[in-house]
Write a protein that binds this ligand. Structure first.
Ligand SMILES: Nc1ncnc2c1ncn2[C@@H]1O[C@H](COP(=O)(O)OP(=O)(O)OP(=O)(O)O)[C@@H](O)[C@H]1O
Ligand SMILES: [Mg+2]
Length: 403
């Protein structure tokens, strides 16, 4: 505000000017008080071109009541991210009095990383609108996971708000997600333990029994002479069938928990699984494995093996592929396994599990396993151009790497 300099004028004129200035000052103070308390839809923002008044025309009473009763934070921002309007819920989220929230920059409630993410998004959101996950930093130093939905606002007279935001507290959904993840991991552990137990039973008992029967049926077939014609043929057939049954039981036992994984490690088990797959399905399979610097932790080996198993199941069930390439590579602190088929492909964004929350569990399970191992899983697939599953999981630094 400019100070009025007394000019050479008469005393009554001066006192008139003074009274006028006092009235304007009182007006200004009243306006400021009303803005701070939220009674007036206007904010004075200090900018490069001096103080500017932003009004929130059109924020009608009914909408104001609705927005104030929301369980979500609601804000309008200028293009410079100055908060023109915020509801009480947002003020509670950032534990800051509403009058301090209004007029301040939205950036103050974000980490440096989230600010950087938000910048290009806000620019794009000015046309399209979008959603982003951030961590809100409250005034008392506490943090809160939040989802921000950004909407461009139409230009409206003097209203300088260009962006509307709805801020949702994600603390509860995150907690539920973590609980679900922990639960699903526990289920996987129980399933693995059960698979191991059944595999052992099959291997140690059923296979042994089958082998014993096999030997005796062979002996029986040998005892029968050529004169026993049909009986001998039947005994031979029986022996052959028992041989197939023993092989099948061994295959099931291997799938449940391959002993070679524990004994010889990841590369050996990938090789075994690849050979068995190619032999059984007639789909050719190339396997290229780097020499890993050291054996991976048992959990990591099992995760990668199970993902290969599930990916090969999908190739067999869905892909109509003629060729599969499997690559195991080590990139710094990550081991990467890629399974690529030349089959019919699919749209990963539209498969049933994503569309309706039901459908196959294979891809979901692979992703869960990778995430739990601290890694990532990417599904790249194009219709008629094949599918690639790429999983990366971190490995602990090998002792030799430090030298
Ligand atoms: N390699 C692939 N080639 C073509 N389509 C695939 C491939 N992998 C997955 N899909 C498609 O993605 C869908 C989801 O796969 P996912 O493994 O999650 O479930 P599923 O195989 O149908 O059932 P489940 O694995 O539970 O037995 C499949 O139904 C299939 O349509
Ligand atoms: Mg599947």
């Amino acid at each position: 505000m400019k100070s009025a300099r007394p000019q050479r004028s008469s005393l009554p004129a001066l006192s008139l000017q003074l009274a006028e200035l006092r009235a304007r000052l009182a007006d200004a103070e009243e306006t400021l008080r009303a803005i701070r308390s939220g009674e007036v839809d206007a904010v004075v923002v200090a900018g490069k071109e001096g103080p500017q008044v932003f009004t929130l025309q059109g924020a009608e009473h009914a909408y104001r009541v609705l927005i104030e009763s929301m369980n979500e934070g609601a804000l309008t921002l200028t293009a410079d991210k100055v908060i023109l309007y915020a509801n009480q819920c947002f003020a509670r989220m950032v534990k800051c009095p509403l009058e301090q929230v209004i007029g301040s920059s939205f950036r103050r409630f974000l980490s440096a990383q989230d600010r950087a993410t938000l910048r290009p998004l806000l620019k794009r959101a000015a046309q399209l609108g979008s959603k982003i996950q951030v961590v809100l930093h409250a005034l008392d130093g506490s943090q809160m996971p939040a989802q921000i939905s950004i909407r461009p606002l139409p230009k409206n007279g003097l209203n300088r708000a260009t962006i509307g935001m709805v801020v949702t507290d994600m603390t509860e959904p995150r907690r539920n997600e973590e609980m679900l993840r922990a639960l699903s991991h526990r289920l996987v552990q129980v399933q693995e333990a059960e698979r191991g137990r059944v595999a052992l039973e099959l291997h140690d008992h059923i296979t042994q029994l089958l082998c014993a029967i096999l030997v005796r049926s062979q002996a029986l077939a040998n005892k029968l002479s050529a004169r026993d014609g049909p009986s001998k043929r039947e005994a031979m057939k029986l022996r052959e069938m028992l041989g197939h049954t023993a092989e099948e039981v061994q295959r099931i036992s291997r799938n449940l928990r391959p002993s070679v994984l524990d004994a010889l490690g990841l590369v050996a088990v990938l090789r075994d699984a690849g050979t068995e797959f190619a032999k059984r399905t007639g789909v050719s399979l190339d396997l290229a494995c780097v020499q890993l610097t050291a054996r991976l932790p048992a959990d990591a080996e099992l995760t990668l093996y199970r993902i290969l198993q599930e990916a090969l199941n999908n190739v067999e069930k869905h892909s109509r592929a003629r060729h599969v390439a499997v690559h195991l590579t080590q990139r710094g602190a990550f081991v990467q396994l890629a399974i690529h088929d030349d089959g019919i492909g699919f749209d990963p964004d539209r498969h049933p599990a994503k569309r309706k929350g039901k459908g196959g569990l294979g891809l979901l399970g692979m992703r869960e396993r990778a995430t739990y191992a601290g890694g990532t899983l990417k599904v790249k697939s194009v219709r008629r151009a094949g599918t690639e599953i790429e999983v990366r999981i971190p490995v602990p630094p090998s002792p030799t790497a430090a030298n």
